[in-house]
Write a protein of this length. Structure first.
Length: 359
């Protein structure tokens, strides 16, 4: 337990009637933990291999039987993939802080949200962030929260649309961390917020801000989401439907017609059929259809990352330009925009009802 943690000794606070040999107990607080996907520690082969092995061994991400998947993963995929993935990460790496942009941005979001929550609740709240894969790990952060006296924790997966390979696996890891604790804190997991008005308004504002700087208005706005196998939809995962609804509500918030906004899916891999249309193919088709000026955003990503900064801004952009496109405008993720932080604050405050009173 760190020196900065305020504790009650026997005879003090809630231990006023405790015997003299009772262990000290931290003052009770409520924790808020932002959970993002994850990041490798570096771009070298072994750092990438550790990260990719953890990520691709998750049954929520790849649910093939171990006997079939692990030999393929460990002997073939992880002998080559760390090199290509490392190259992609290196192209976007925050060299100044020697970390991935996702880590930099998630920390910035946490710092801004901490400032807002401290203003409302003072020292009664602790705020931190964790990663499902890589560092800081979910287990280490939840353990630190408990050591600081957080007996109640709001666990917030930063995925607006619920999906088994994102939201569910983040929650799984949080619950696994609780399984190791003698004294478990109460925990609330934040549900999907794909239709939350403040989130939609922040998305709309990000589009309006970019459009205001363009010389030529795009004829198409493409909302590109991370893809999932089609069978996930058939098995009851709501992700595809929530993505479609986010696009529709975003268009309505912007006042765009249905014809102006398209929904696509990126990052497909493996042999099975995925939900579509595929972003990389769709933007090329748009160019051939005469849509020479398009804009693209990623509503499912709360932070810019390799899928947006490398895949969209390079691979998908190249597909559009090579097919005859002229202007490809990338709209950054919401990152630590103030309106995004406001949306996160609104969501967290709703989950804190009954747990904390604003000061």
């Amino acid at each position: 337990m760190t020196d900065s943690v305020v504790v009650d000794q026997p005879g003090e606070g809630r231990l006023a009637h405790a015997s003299s040999d009772h262990p000290a107990v931290p003052r009770a607080k409520v924790g808020v933990v932002l959970a993002n996907l994850g990041t490798p520690d570096a771009t070298d082969y072994w750092s990438m291999r550790r990260y990719l092995s953890e990520f691709l061994s998750d049954k929520r991400v790849v649910d093939y039987p171990d006997w079939k998947w692990q030999p393929l993963l460990q002997l073939i995929i992880l002998s080559k993939r760390p090199f290509s993935s490392g190259k992609a990460y290196k192209s976007i790496w925050n060299t100044e802080q020697n970390e991935s942009p996702l880590l930099t941005i998630t920390r910035a979001q946490t710092e801004k949200l901490t400032e807002q929550l401290k203003a409302l609740y003072g020292d009664n709240v602790e705020v931190d962030f964790c990663m499902r894969y890589g560092n800081p790990s979910t287990r280490s952060v939840l353990t630190q929260m408990k050591e600081k006296g957080c007996e109640k924790i709001v666990f917030f997966p930063l995925y607006p649309q619920y999906a088994s390979p994102t939201t569910a696996t983040a929650n799984d890891e949080a619950f696994r961390a609780l399984m190791k604790m003698k004294w478990q804190p109460s925990i609330r997991t934040v549900p999907a917020y794909f239709d939350h008005p403040a989130y939609l308004q922040a998305l709309a504002n990000s589009v309006t801000d970019v459009y205001a700087e363009l010389e030529t208005r795009p004829t198409k706005l493409v909302a590109s989401y991370h893809g999932v196998p089609e069978r996930y939809l058939m098995q009851g995962d709501p992700y595809y439907c929530q993505c479609q609804k986010t696009t529709r509500l975003l268009g309505e918030t912007l006042g765009f017609s249905q014809e102006e906004v398209d929904t696509t899916f990126q990052s497909q891999f493996g042999p099975e059929k995925w939900v579509g249309p595929a972003t990389v193919e769709h933007v090329a088709a748009l160019a051939k259809q005469g849509h020479k000026h398009i804009a693209i955003l990623s509503p499912a990503f709360s932070s810019d990352c390799v899928e947006t900064l490398e895949e969209i801004k390079e691979e998908i952009r190249d597909s559009f330009m090579e097919a005859g496109g002229e202007t490809f405008s990338y709209i950054p993720c919401l990152n630590d925009r103030n309106d995004h932080i406001k949306a996160l604050l609104d969501i967290v405050n709703n989950e804190l009802l009954g747990w904390l009173q604003q000061s």
